[in-house]
Ligand binder design. Structure first.
Ligand code: C2E
Ligand code: MG
Ligand code: MG
Length: 754
């Protein structure tokens, strides 16, 4: 399940958003580019069309001009003063110009209704009609040509008329007719005629000529402006502009929008020789668009391909980043054994919950599984790892989203928990369920947690320090306590400091002989003589202060140094005993305390045997005192150890019987030679009837089992008498002797035989 903290951590989304922003930016750039490209293509196209229009216009203007020149020069020649205006003269002049330039017909219409060609002269009705038509234009015709274009279904004819005036009298007209269709076959017209239309219009827009080769685009009326009105939208201003400019002898270029929404290009130029007339070219609707379209399509396609490529790259980068992120996150935040979170995650999570839930009291739990090493060795790593995973999974099940438990390393766990009234209940539940699950895996060994707790205070901010505090509290537990939970306090810190000091000094202390052997004699009450002794360690500091074993033995048991110390004590005892024997002194059995921790060590039997053999100690003179807790684990193996060591002459004493939870089974099952009854048990028995009775029975039982009995901590004569009365022969206690230096013991009790 994802908690609020995890939802907060979404850097990948940021990458995706950045990618999308880049993509949108690229899209905008692409579209702008395509639009710019389109515009520039259109511009190029417009220029091209304008050029086409220009060349068409110049061809028409040329023809009109040169044709007019012919008509004019004929008119001038006919009226030459040197000659009389007779039929021959007229036909000669007409004949002179025929066959020059374009294909044209030249005629002379006389006032008298005779039509002259270069070869013949005839009267005709047509001539009379034309005369009337031209006469209406006469005032202008006196100095300018009359120009018109006639178009029927098959031909287009340009007609240019010049008046022949002699002595201010109108004599006739020179009429030149040019077949324009021949002219339009000129390649300069191709582009216009195929992709558009060509118009020659008069001052009102009436079409004098309209190309009919291409598709009829602007169609419908004989007037161009009307046709444009029908075919296009919003034409009023445009038409007005075109008309005005043609009449003012300006050329121009306009863009009309057709009713279908396409653009249509219209170019116009005034026809230079023909007053008020103009040449107009209209390019097919969307012609420019069509020309531009392929290029635009190509550009758009390229953009789409680039975009698709970019999207793929972004998606690829995103998915790779996502995967990489997940892998990194996994590496950075996951515990490989339990598949839960790790310490890095824990720290970030803790900081997060503490900052978000400021008013919620939190505690740090730092716990491990007591004797986890045993589970590992006895049931294998796989099973042990399953127990670790169970701790994480069950925790997640029991606790809320605000709380988290991670494995730090080995069997070390770290949890941040809301410090409410249910904490203990929930932790108990966790332990119960972990045990249930472990039993399901076949693990019979009871799982216990050793927990250090740190209560987070408002001003705390460094999570590392909080974890350290919880760890200090945890480390202050030796593991043997019934209550395996410790809350961090100043006292613990001081204790820990002491421990640190001891640990920093112990190696040097052993090497430099600061550890001394003291012997406390054991006393035979019956004969009132010494019958043995117990070796007890004392740490004499260089300044002479004496440190008692209770202060350092538990620490050494925790850190393993006890192994060295116990071998040292055993060796010293054996060495002094050997020396005493060599000095022909009386010797008594001496017992040496053995820590339960190192008795399990694989070299133990060999090392102890070696020492005993080395000093050639007679059988029964060295006893090893061990407490019953030694048999908590692997009882059978321990019994074997005892049997083996017995063969080298060692005897075994069960120390502190009656303290803690002594089991009578131990007496039955373990091959002890001596039972030492604990001083605490014993001191109470003086006053309490019940305990006195129990003590009596224990003494009887031990005697009955044929084992030796030693009562420890005898401090008074009454105690000694009472024990004696109960059948106890051997005692040890301050009443008889305090522990004394080894040398003092030898000097006092181990007399030299004489
Ligand atoms: P323990 O083996 O039960 O040793 C007996 C303790 O009782 C000794 O304390 C001794 O001084 C004390 N004692 C003897 N008679 C009396 C008495 O009349 N009244 C009172 N109140 N106490 C008395 P000590 O020497 O301080 O040793 C404490 C414990 O430290 C020992 O208990 C033993 O478990 C451990 N220890 C001492 N030396 C060694 C050692 O060399 N190796 C190991 N592993 N443990 C040691
Ligand atoms: Mg002892
Ligand atoms: Mg004892």
């Amino acid at each position: 399940m994802k908690n609020a903290f995890e939802t907060k951590k979404q850097p990948i989304i940021r990458i995706l958003i950045s990618g999308l922003v880049i993509l949108v930016a690229c899209l905008l750039v692409c579209f702008t580019l395509v639009a710019a490209l389109k515009r520039s293509y259109e511009k190029v196209m417009e220029n091209y069309l304008y050029e086409v229009h220009g060349s068409v216009t110049s061809v028409i203007n040329d023809i009109v001009e040169s044709t007019d020149n012919i008509a004019y020069s004929c008119a001038v020649k006919i009226t030459d003063h040197k000659y009389t205006l007779d039929e021959e003269r007229i036909q000669n002049v007409l004949g002179m110009v025929e066959g020059t330039g374009y294909k044209f017909n030249i005629k002379y219409y006389s006032k008298t209704g005779i039509v002259y060609t270069s070869t013949k002269a005839y009267g005709s009705r047509e001539a009379t009609e034309k005369w009337i038509e031209y006469a209406s234009e006469f005032p202008k015709l006196s100095s300018k040509p009359y120009i018109n274009v006639y178009q029927d279904k098959s031909t287009t004819t340009l007609v240019i008329v010049r008046a022949v005036i002699k002595s201010s009298n109108l004599k006739g007209y020179v009429v030149v007719e040019v077949d324009l269709d021949g002219v339009f076959s000129n390649t300069a017209f191709d582009s216009v005629l195929k992709n558009g239309e060509l118009f020659i219009i008069d001052k009102d827009g009436d079409t004098l000529y309209k190309s009919n080769q291409g598709s009829n685009i602007v169609n419908g009326y004989d007037n161009l402006y009307k046709s444009l009105d029908k075919y296009c939208v919003k034409t009023k201003e445009l038409n007005k502009k075109m008309k005005k400019e043609i009449l003012s002898q300006y050329e121009g270029y306009l863009q009309y929008t057709t009713t279908k929404g396409y653009k249509m290009q219209v170019a116009y130029t005034p026809l230079s020789v023909m007053n008020d007339a103009g040449i107009v070219t209209c390019f097919k609707e969307n012609y420019v668009g069509q020309a531009v379209q392929p290029a635009i399509y190509r550009s758009t396609l390229s953009c789409i391909v680039i975009m698709a490529l970019m999207i793929s790259i972004i998606l690829y980068v995103w998915s790779s980043a996502k995967n990489a992120n997940m892998a990194i996150e996994k590496m950075a935040y996951e515990d490989s054994v339990t598949k839960g979170k790790n310490i890095n995650y824990f720290k970030e999570f803790s900081n997060y919950v503490m900052s978000v839930y400021k008013e919620t009291p939190f505690v740090i739990y730092r716990f491990d599984i007591s004797n986890f090493r045993y589970i590992n060795e006895a049931y294998g790593h796989k099973r042990a790892d399953e127990v670790l995973s169970a701790c994480i999974n069950i925790f997640a099940d029991i606790f809320s989203d605000k709380e988290l438990c991670v494995r730090m390393n080995a069997d070390q766990f770290l949890a941040i928990i809301v410090n409410d009234k249910y904490v203990q209940q929930k932790m108990d539940q966790l332990l119960i369920r972990v045990n249930e699950q472990a039993r399901g895996y076949g693990i019979k060994y009871p799982i216990k947690f050793k927990t250090g707790i740190y209560q987070i205070r408002k001003h705390d901010h460094d999570i590392d320090i909080m974890i350290d505090h919880a760890n200090v509290a945890r480390k202050s537990l030796s593991g043997d306590e019934k209550d395996s939970t410790m809350v961090y306090s100043e006292k613990i810190v001081n204790d820990m400091r002491k421990i640190d000091k001891i640990e920093s000094e112990m190696q040097h202390a052993l090497a430099s002989g600061e550890f001394k052997v003291y012997i406390q004699p054991k006393w035979d009450i019956g004969s009132n003589t010494i019958c043995g002794g117990e070796a007890l360690v004392r740490w004499i500091k260089p300044d002479g202060t004496m440190v008692y074993p209770d202060e350092f033995i538990p620490i050494f048991e925790n850190n393993g140094f006890i192994e060295k110390l116990d071998y040292f004590m055993l060796e010293k005892v054996c060495e002094s005993m050997r020396q005493a024997m060599n000095e022909r002194r009386a010797i008594y059995p001496l017992s040496v305390n053995q820590s339960r921790v190192f008795l399990h060590s694989p070299d133990y039997v060999e090392n102890v045997s070696k020492i005993i053999k080395n000093y050639d100690i007679p059988a029964g003179y060295v006893e090893l005192e061990i407490t019953e807790t030694v048999f908590d684990d692997e009882k059978n193996q321990m019994i074997n150890t005892l049997h083996t060591l017995r063969k080298v002459g060692l005897r075994f004493a069960m120390d502190d019987f009656g303290s803690g939870y002594s089991s009578l089974n131990i007496l039955k099952e373990i091959p002890f030679d001596i039972i030492k009854i604990d001083k605490e048990f014993f001191s109470e028995s003086v006053t309490g009837d019940n305990t006195r009775w129990i003590l009596q029975k224990i003494i009887e039982m031990v005697n009955g089992l044929g084992k030796e009995l030693v009562c420890e901590g005898v401090e008074t004569k009454e105690q000694s008498d009472m024990l004696s009365g109960m059948g106890c022969r051997v005692v040890q206690g301050y009443y008889y002797s305090k522990p004394i230096e080894l040398q003092t013991y030898i000097d006092t009790y181990c007399k030299v035989y004489t």
